[in-house]
Design a protein around this ligand. Structure first.
Ligand code: AMP
Length: 420
């Protein structure tokens, strides 16, 4: 089904064509008509599914139907967990709205940078405000932002916002919004906390879940290299050089670990940069830009920093350490998988991490191939045979069960067509 059948206005269809999109992704097919119809939405979707266009296009359609002239109250508020995601969403909204007349104004505000320029930019009024919760509250307390005319609220990556401890800020923000409004909630997983948040927030929401399969099984080749903890950095350098990897996203569990690994890689002339919460916004932006441009070969990231970053055509993702939360593994490896080709997700697993490996296998319902590289073999005994594949049930029904992530583009034809 082409975009033209979804009811979007001509300027938006032109922007879609400019972006090179030919077919709506599964989430877009469902979300666009629902949002156009004014419904609340509860959507299971993560980065890579095309969710941003799924909410931004119909929102832009709706608000562009009515102009407020020069008196521009915030009519759309999009909350995101991280600065990077906020910036990315702001960019997408600007891109999709490029042909609208009159032009809508979109602003992005987040912490970690000076507040004054943001206050100045908000002064002339904005139609769409993309914000991280803490900074938005700061701006409100300084009278730089008002939310009493918001028509649509989007909570993007709601699960991550809760993981990052934003629940109180989110509730404070919601209390400042008009009672009558449209609410859209996007989340990769549905924990009890998310369910609690949706009560009283969403009114008869349309529920969207793209086919509940996950990325892990198919287009991503997954290997666990069993290795001693102390040999991991050397093994990583070896793999990068030996296999001539040109663009690798490496995950560490701690900021400190990310810094240490980055130093080690740079020492052996593998150009690397770290991206995590302690880095200034400038450093994060330039690391990401350098990585996208191919000037930086290895981007070392923590989960929080990497969440939501859209990097096209990433051939290799490495788990330098396995994540403690198995669903983070799925988010991580969702970053690989070239258009139509298999991506590679490599995990460097020391014997201390075998229990995490098993939890991940339980979540994805598959075993991960174990291998050893000559010269870097693990000295501890190999782990027992992986469990038989277990299909997890619907996410979050029982908090003891592993939560199943939302489907991702890597599984759909869309991913192949999209070249994302
Ligand atoms: P998102 O999940 O919103 O972060 O989007 C992931 C990527 O898919 C972004 O690079 C978008 O530009 C791209 N994208 C979104 N919708 C489409 C589409 N219908 N066709 C091709 N690419 C798309």
């Amino acid at each position: 089904m082409p975009f033209s059948t979804l009811g979007l206005s001509a300027p938006l269809l032109r922007a879609i064509a400019d972006a090179g999109y030919t077919t709506p992704s599964p989430i877009q097919l469902q979300a666009i008509p629902a949002v156009l119809g004014g419904h609340d939405l509860l959507a299971a979707a993560q980065t890579g599914t095309g969710k941003t266009a799924g909410f931004a296009l119909p929102i832009l359609h709706r608000i562009s139907q009515k102009s407020y002239g020069n008196n521009r109250p915030v009519r759309v508020l999009i909350l995101t967990p991280t600065r990077e995601l906020a910036a990315q969403v702001g960019e997408s909204v600007g891109k999709y709205g490029a042909h609208l007349h009159p032009r809508l104004k979109t602003e992005v505000v987040f912490g970690g940078v000076k507040i004054n320029p943001q206050m100045m930019r908000l002064r002339g009024g904005v139609d769409v405000l993309v914000a991280t919760p803490g900074r938005l509250l700061d701006l409100i307390s300084q009278n730089a932002a008002k939310l009493d005319k918001v028509e649509t609220l989007v909570l993007d990556e709601a699960d991550r916002m809760l993981d990052m401890g934003f629940i109180r800020d989110i509730r404070k923000i919601i209390a400042l919004l008009p009672k009558k409004r449209q609410n859209l909630l996007f989340s990769a997983t549905f924990s009890d906390d998310i369910r609690k948040l949706t009560i009283g927030l969403l009114v008869n929401p349309i529920k969207i879940e793209v086919a509940p399969r996950n990325t892990a099984a198919e287009l991503v080749e997954q290997i666990a290299y069993l290795v001693n903890k102390t040999d991991k950095a050397k093994l990583l350098c070896h793999l990068i050089k030996e296999k001539d990897w040109r663009q690798v996203l490496v995950f560490t569990t701690t900021k400190h670990g990310a810094n240490r690994l980055t130093e080690k890689l740079n020492k052996v002339d593998i150009k690397a940069a770290a991206i995590h919460g302690n880095k200034s916004q400038g450093a994060r932006t330039s690391a990401l830009a350098g990585f996208k441009a191919g000037e930086i070969r290895v981007l070392v990231a923590t989960d929080v920093a990497a969440r939501g970053i859209d990097i096209a055509l990433l051939p290799h993702v490495v788990n330098f350490e396995l994540p403690r939360a198995p669903e983070d593994y799925v988010h991580r490896i969702g970053r690989t998988g070239r258009a139509g080709e298999a991506g590679q997700a490599i995990s460097l697993v020391s014997h201390e991490e075998y229990s995490f490996l098993r939890l991940i296998e339980k979540l994805i319902g598959n075993s991960i191939k174990r291998e050893q590289i000559a010269g870097f073999e693990a000295s501890e005994i190999a782990p027992p045979e992986p469990p038989k594949p277990v299909r997890s049930t619907r996410p979050g029904r029982n908090s003891n069960q592993p939560r199943k992530p939302a489907a991702n583009l890597t599984n759909s034809r869309f991913r192949t067509n999209a070249g994302v």
